[in-house]
Design a binder for this molecule. Structure first.
Ligand SMILES: [Zn+2]
Length: 274
């Protein structure tokens, strides 16, 4: 699943192709992708005639800013956007298609069909599901050390599960949580409430540093994820623990091990993550 840096990379790439494009019509081949409005014909009616002004991101969500609407899109496991010429054949995994005035098409392709789209009046998107359930994005001003420490102090859940919880912080997933906890030298099974202020600060700093570096490098290319231009993200060459089973820890030389935490494959150096 793309995490924050991959979605950020997708957003920046897409912006080059779709900003100021006017949607003349939309076609929906798989209606279950459209969650709001419930009626797909209303979705198509709302979208027609709107111009894409900007694309923003919150957590792992893409927010297409239209004239007076916002289209909130989550790619989930395999969703991908790509701009095509209208004469290019439409493959069976294309589920939503936006036709532009200039003859090009923005196509949403999703092999697993888990992706979602919601349309809201501009400004209303933060008041409803799914965005009203998200914690701050790690790059938001609201994501402070104090905020994180208070959240951690209140829960007995293990730290890895808390960092994966999108209501606490939006955008972290399995790869970047493992990297963050390694950098902060905190074991993923630590109960959040037992973490000191100093450890919370180390986690906060490691999360922001890791995500910033990954954004700069265009994200991580793992299995199905390549960005919308088919380019590979370069962050996988910087991974310290994720996918590094049996490799020596870069801090202490002990082999990295893989364990399961809350059902998620978790990479850890048990020698230096306390
Ligand atoms: Zn180590």
């Amino acid at each position: 699943m793309p995490e924050l840096p991959e979605v950020e990379t997708i957003k920046e790439n897409l912006k080059r192709f779709v900003i100021n494009q006017t949607i003349i019509s939309a076609t929906v081949f798989w209606p279950n992708i459209i969650k709001r409005p419930e009626d797909v014909s209303e979705f198509k009616h709302l979208i027609a005639g709107q111009t894409i002004q900007d694309i923003r991101r919150k957590g792992k969500f893409l927010l297409f800013e239209l004239d007076d609407l916002v289209l909130v899109s989550h790619l989930r496991m395999e969703g991908k956007y790509k701009v095509h010429l209208s004469e290019e054949p439409i493959d069976k995994h294309t589920h939503v298609l936006f036709r532009f005035e200039n003859g090009e098409e923005l196509r949403y392709r999703d092999v697993r069909k888990f992706g979602t789209m919601h349309v809201f009046a501009k400004g209303d998107e933060l008041n409803h599901k799914p965005l009203n359930q998200l914690g701050p994005d790690p790059f938001d001003d609201a994501f402070t050390i104090v905020y994180l420490y208070q959240k951690l102090a209140k829960t007995d859940r293990v730290i890895k599960s808390v960092l994966l919880d999108q209501t606490v912080v939006a955008g972290l997933g399995n790869i970047y949580v493992d990297e963050t906890l390694f950098k902060a030298a905190v074991h993923p099974l630590r109960k959040a409430s037992t973490l000191t202020k100093h450890e919370a600060e180390a986690i906060w700093e490691a999360a922001i540093d890791t995500l910033q570096e990954a954004v700069t490098l265009g994200g991580t290319t793992i299995r199905s994820y390549v960005n919308s231009q088919g380019a590979m993200g370069m962050f996988q060459q910087r991974l310290l623990v994720y996918g590094q089973v049996d490799e020596p820890c870069q801090r202490c030389g002990e082999p990295i091990v893989k364990m399961s935490v809350g059902g998620r494959g978790t990479h850890v150096c048990i020698a230096c993550q306390k």
